[in-house]
Design a protein around this ligand. Sequence first.
Ligand code: SF4
Ligand code: SF4
Length: 289
Amino acid sequence: MSGQPTALVSRILTFSCVDGPGNRLVIFLQGCNFDCITCHNPHTINHCSHCGDCVPECPSDALSLQNGKVVWHPERCTHCDRCLDVCPHKSNPKITRYSLDEMLDVVRKHHLFLSGITFSGGEATLQLPFITKLFKAVKADPALSHLTCFIDSNGSLSETGWQRVMPVLDGAMIDLKAWQNDTHRWLVGRDKHRVMATIRLLAEHGKLHEVRLLHIPGKSDLDTEVEAVGEFLNTLPESVNIRLNAFQHHGVVGEALAWKKCSEADMLRFHNALFEQTQRPMQLPTVYT
Ligand code: SF4
Ligand code: SF4
């Protein structure tokens, strides 16, 4: 086990049917290089600074400070999420470090019920060496080789990084949150050039499973720039899913809580305008809160 890469994991879902094709094991990695105003999991953005602010807030005595570090005691945790609510650093004290062998044990335990594995986040590709090694190990094991290997990403990884994981990657889902660079910078804190380059690169290599467009009425510009967005989507292979996501308030903190949620009518207007440009099927949200 020594010398193996490890990963900082905020959550593992042993069954999901919305994070890629089929039934998937989803591994959420801690840490993100975007700082989206509309993030619905803001406690996945930063690594814990061990400030200790959440420790006295835990009603179950499931957190303690030991040698200046916050320690989580999962056996006492009731998952009330009070610690996430009080953390001033958009972080989470309930992080588990997994070695490659430990994560492979999780995969082996569930593999009979799975179509594949998806790494999500945070931004999963910030822990790329771990992901690449795990995918390699899965592909090399005859008992696991039926599992497809996917990444759910904000698209910020460099071409060099994607080229490293590409041989063991079956598909990726990439978010596109705005069209104009200024709007993108304002919404997520980073330029959109890398995201566009990622979408093009993965499409070129047949590894782009899905592009996700977030509609935030009156704030994002995907609807006001619908012609350009449609033109871009038309350059992608027909096999690429286009998923439209509706901005909702669940999990959101800060100024975006005062923004109008995307209603079904807002979404249908956006969908119809985009469909006029692309004539391609798009997945719509099933639930609006
Ligand atoms: S979720 Fe956080 S605050 Fe709640 S019991 Fe677990 S550690 Fe404590
Ligand atoms: S999770 Fe947040 S509040 Fe708790 S110790 Fe870490 S940084 Fe501080």
